[in-house]
Design a protein around this ligand. Structure first.
Ligand code: GLU
Length: 415
């Protein structure tokens, strides 16, 4: 995993899309780097009385279409280049679903599994004290990402409002419902992804009730399992994994039981009666749909040749390397790229911002309906670009996203 620099991957993807779009040199250079970056050190009081220093970042990649938007992750292996890459991908993601937003991302280098609830709260508040000046509903709107959640957003919003002395819920999204969150945000990433699978099954003639596997069983992975029945009318979940292990059952798992087990024990590994498989094997199973829902670079040139899934729906950010994209395309595997497949989360985040701005909240059905419309439309615009340009789906999605951002830069007179 370490051998790939995700930011170089992201830059390469921009360069390829720019070439197909015949963009001028200045535009390509502008879109190849973040517009603004912050790095800071956060002193945090630990439960034992000691003080620990954490390194943290917020990267605002592009503002041409609107304020920066993207999650904050807490992860021990975080690097500034990973966050640059993730901020770049957020920029194309918001553009692919046509939201009036730019892209950004934040991160704190830490192992949240080793921090107490109080230490996590202290860390979240310290992060906001460091970046408060640079975020806001009209500047940059963070949200959860890997190992952060609505509780993290609640602490962060509280710290922010304390600093600015005013009610300002729209500064964060995916907040708890009671304090300005929206219906339908918790399962939005998965709902968007499964919706794109539904559209892909129609075009490709793949059985929507077939076998599927989920690599990574955090929020997005769990919700995808629970939504298969509702959106696709069924399907057999034959394998799941998390950071501690992977399990397989050819007869299919009951998604609800698996989620309950994960939430009570912290892992899927110990699920009764399941066959243990390796982290490599889960990606190589003979399934109709594979959901990579963990971290970057899971599918590379080392294993792409062995992927047997008909559809790969990327709920994670950056799970496939550029080399693997070419291999999968040649093999006829239909990849629904992250900037499309995982765009449901930020789409409902945008709906949350809209509701916060006029303090009037929609019911769940309306959120679901509007999310479905956005993702269905985005899927078909990417599909159309793929046919027109004769390129693999990620490049097609990049072409759609980069073209929209480049146009906004031009209209503003930047290039
Ligand atoms: N972290 C999510 C993503 O990568 C959501 C971002 C957001 O809602 O701003 O898409």
């Amino acid at each position: 995993m370490e051998s790939y620099n995700s930011f170089h991957v992201a830059q390469k993807q921009v360069a390829e899309a720019a070439k197909l779009l015949n963009l001028d040199r200045a535009t390509v250079e502008l879109l190849s780097y973040p517009q603004r970056e912050f790095s800071c050190t956060l002193p945090v009081k630990m439960d034992d009385g000691s003080v620990k220093i954490f390194h943290a970042y917020r990267i605002q990649y592009n503002f041409a279409r609107g304020p920066a938007k993207g999650g904050i992750r807490f992860h021990p292996d975080e690097t500034v280049d990973i966050i640059r890459a993730l901020a770049s991908w957020m920029t194309w993601k918001t553009a692919v679903v046509d939201l009036p937003l730019g892209g950004g991302k934040g991160g704190v280098v830490c192992d949240p599994k080793k921090l107490s609830e109080r230490e996590l709260e202290n860390l979240s508040r310290a992060y906001i004290r460091a970046v408060a000046e640079y975020i806001g509903p009209e500047k940059d709107i963070p949200a959860p990402d890997v190992y952060t959640n609505p509780q993290t957003m609640a602490w962060m919003m509280d710290e922010y409002e304390t600093i600015v002395h005013r009610h300002q819920p729209g500064v964060f999204t995916d907040k708890p419902l009671q304090i300005g969150g929206t219906e339908g945000r918790r399962d939005a990433t998965a709902r968007g992804g499964v919706t794109t699978v539904r559209e892909a099954c129609k075009i490709l003639d793949v059985n929507p009730h077939g076998r599927y596997a989920i690599q990574g069983f955090g929020n997005a992975g769990q919700r995808a399992a629970l939504l298969h029945e509702e959106i696709l009318g069924g399907g057999k979940l034959v394998a799941v994994s998390d950071s501690r292990g992977a399990i397989y059952n050819p007869d299919g798992f009951n998604p609800k039981d698996l989620v309950t087990h994960k939430l009570t024990t912290g892992t899927v590994r110990s699920f009764p009666g399941a066959q243990q498989i390796s982290h490599e094997e889960i990606l190589e199973l003979d399934v109709d749909v594979l959901y990579p829902a963990a971290l970057e670079n899971a599918i590379s040139e080392l294993n792409a040749e062995k992927i047997k899934a008909k559809i790969v729906c990327e709920l994670a950010n950056g799970p496939t390397t550029p080399e693997a994209d070419l291999i999968l395309f040649r093999k006829g595997v239909h990849v629904i790229p992250d900037i499309l497949a995982s765009a449901g989360g930020v789409t409902v985040s945008y709906f949350e911002m809209v509701q916060d701005s006029y303090s009037y909240f929609w019911d769940e059905d309306l959120v679901h309906k509007r999310l479905d419309q956005k993702l269905t439309k985005a899927y078909h615009s990417v599909q159309q670009a793929m046919v027109q340009k004769r390129v693999h789906p990620r490049l097609a999605a990049m072409v759609v996203g980069v073209a929209r951002v480049a146009e906004a830069c031009k209209l503003r007179g930047w290039v």
